[in-house]
Design a protein around this ligand. Structure first.
Ligand code: PNS
Length: 174
């Protein structure tokens, strides 16, 4: 039985994440999608609870997938829940160096766990949580990039903060 853990910040979940979850669920017997709960990270848009709520909605249709949160070292968390594989997505070469370093570190911390990679689907290869938030901040429609659970919360959050619109003076004249 292979129990895989897909860790991430998921701030917030976008379609690339959701696609990877569905594909990993077909490969592994069990999949735990684990949100990093980092109380020292103050630049997050969504709280750990909100990110977990969104993930719970995204994984609800998948019988062998659950959403969870973790603190501290990933390798330790995987050990405590009895996982044997870490799964990550690779969008481009630019992701590779960071992921390679993490895979080596995690293997040193927990040699029983292998890190595996799934290539992000081409159609989502340009999507990141950072870009999605930037688009939403300027009032752009992100409905093609994120699941409904994310879109609703993102809209609510941006309404609370006020969408950034260019002032009339900076708008280009024709
Ligand atoms: O979605 P992200 O931001 O790429 O996810 C990064 C994450 C959460 C997988 C990574 O930051 C992580 O595993 N953090 C836990 C701390 C840890 O185990 N670090 C590795 C050794 S320094």
């Amino acid at each position: 039985m292979i129990h895989a853990v897909y860790p991430g910040s998921f701030d917030p979940v976008h379609n690339g994440h959701a696609d990877l979850i569905r594909r990993a669920a077909r490969i592994y017997d069990r999949l735990t999608v684990a949100v990093l709960d980092n109380p020292n990270k103050h630049d997050q848009t969504f709280t750990t609870e909100e990110r977990l709520e969104i993930l719970a909605e995204v994984v609800a249709p998948l019988d062998n997938v659950r959403a969870d949160r973790f603190e501290g070292l990933l390798a330790e968390y995987v050990r405590t829940i009895g996982g044997n594989v870490i799964v990550k997505g690779l969008r481009a070469i630019s992701d590779f160096e960071y992921e390679l370093q993490m895979a080596h570190l995690n293997r040193q911390l927990n040699p029983d766990v292998e890190t595996t990679f799934i290539m992000t689907a081409t159609r989502w290869s340009y999507v990141s949580s950072t870009r999605v938030k930037e688009l939403a901040r300027f009032g752009a429609d992100v409905s093609k990039l994120v699941p409904a659970a994310t879109r609703e919360r993102l809209e609510a959050k941006m309404q609370g903060r006020g969408v950034v619109r260019p002032s009339p003076r900076t708008r280009s004249r024709r």
